[in-house]
Write a protein that binds this ligand. Structure first.
Ligand SMILES: CC(C)(COP(=O)(O)OP(=O)(O)OC[C@H]1O[C@@H](n2cnc3c(N)ncnc32)[C@H](O)[C@@H]1OP(=O)(O)O)[C@@H](O)C(=O)NCCC(=O)NCCS
Length: 337
């Protein structure tokens, strides 16, 4: 089998991202707004996280609605119609409901009646996990056109009385269309990882089979996200640096060859620490955490769309995406745009 010139691995079918799109709900929640809700200051939030504001979905807007609007934009960008989509993968930890999957609800909203559909759950790493799964379907000739979406209504699982967590997250969705384009550039590598021994660092204990909803589970606030911020921070930096390094090594690339690094947008200090340890310049690292906060599985998908639209990424550029989330999970992907 032919070897890929850059990765040295067997040359599978090229997988290109042929369209991207994102959707952010209209309502803006500022740090000043949060000062009126919990004991915090805008200054504390800014200096500890770099977040200035986040978007909050309307009460009648569910994750599938955000996903649908991002997907519509990505299909338009790829110049394809919904009936050309053969598979929809939605990465989310805030599905509309436990079942059916949010992907099935998006399929119905899009009218993508030919598409198979399922959700995956890898928390904030979800988009890169979904991208990797989707790429394998395209590489193996199973499908030619796959729609990958990261979408979250984090505001639905936030404890708005917990200042440790409620200042960090926001709602939104990002989408990408993956297709085989024999003459085009594409995904060079993806690396994924997980560590279930640290599952309790960041979790939501209620509502699943281990702790179904009950009066007690509601009273104990078990249907909200919980986090050990300090430990999560340390693990995030280490895991993102090693995932990115592994991806670069696999492709025989150095960080200076990467035009744009798109890290998971959780916290400016995490992003800066990862950038510094990788040896990336500030100009290389894409940041929009100030505007949207941590949108979990949607984060790098939204950032990718913004980077393309603002021409931070141009055709032929090398792009490194790197993520980290609950699980613990992490991952990295390198794309030749
Ligand atoms: C949450 C986080 C911003 C806290 O920053 P930090 O520098 O670790 O904060 P510290 O632990 O030094 O300070 C915590 C103190 O600030 C207080 N505090 C927490 N949230 C606060 C807020 N919104 N406003 C004011 N004070 C706050 C705490 O109560 C604590 O006070 P205490 O020391 O009196 O108990 C940081 O740990 C973090 O970003 N962690 C990673 C979170 C993340 O990105 N998770 C998702 C990964 S996908």
């Amino acid at each position: 089998m032919m070897k890929h010139p850059r990765t040295g691995r067997p040359h599978l079918r090229t997988v290109s991202i042929t369209g991207v799109g994102s959707y952010l709900p209209a309502r803006v929640l500022t740090n000043q707004d949060l000062e009126k809700m919990v004991s915090t200051t805008s200054e504390w939030i800014m200096t500890r996280t770099g977040i200035e504001q986040r978007r909050i979905a309307a009460p009648d807007e569910a994750t599938s609605d955000l996903a649908f609007l991002a997907a519509k934009r990505a299909l338009h960008d790829a110049r394809i119609t919904p009936d050309q989509v053969e598979l929809i993968i939605v990465a989310t930890i805030t599905p509309d409901m436990l079942f059916p999957s949010t992907a099935c609800l998006v399929q119905q909203k899009l009218g993508a009646h030919r598409a198979a559909a399922f959700d995956i759950e890898a928390a904030c790493s979800g988009f890169i996990y979904a991208l990797d799964i989707a790429a394998h379907f395209v590489q193996s000739h199973t499908y030619d056109t796959v729609l990958v979406i990261g979408a979250e209504k984090m505001s639905s699982v936030i404890d708005w009385k917990d200042r440790n967590t409620c200042v960090l997250f926001g709602d939104g969705a990002g989408a990408a269309v993956l297709q085989n384009r024999p003459t085009a550039h594409g995904l060079l590598t993806t690396c994924l990882g997980a560590d279930g021994t640290k599952a309790t660092l960041l979790d939501m204990p209620g509502g699943g089979s281990a702790c179904p909803a009950s009066v007690e589970s509601v009273e104990k606030r078990m249907h909200f996200l919980r986090m050990d911020g300090k430990e999560t921070f340390k693990n995030a930096v280490n895991a993102m640096v090693s995932a990115a390094t592994e991806a670069l090594d696999r492709c025989g690339l150095s960080i200076s060859q990467i035009r744009c690094v798109i890290p998971h947008q959780a916290n400016q200090r995490i992003i800066s620490a990862v950038g510094e340890r990788l040896g990336a310049t500030e100009e290389q690292v894409f940041v929009n955490v100030a505007k949207y906060g941590n949108t979990s599985a949607a984060s790098v998908a939204i950032a990718l769309d913004e980077a393309v639209r603002t021409e931070r990424i141009r055709r032929g550029d090398l792009v490194l995406m790197v993520v980290f989330g609950a699980g613990l999970t992490w991952g990295a992907a390198i794309i030749e745009w």
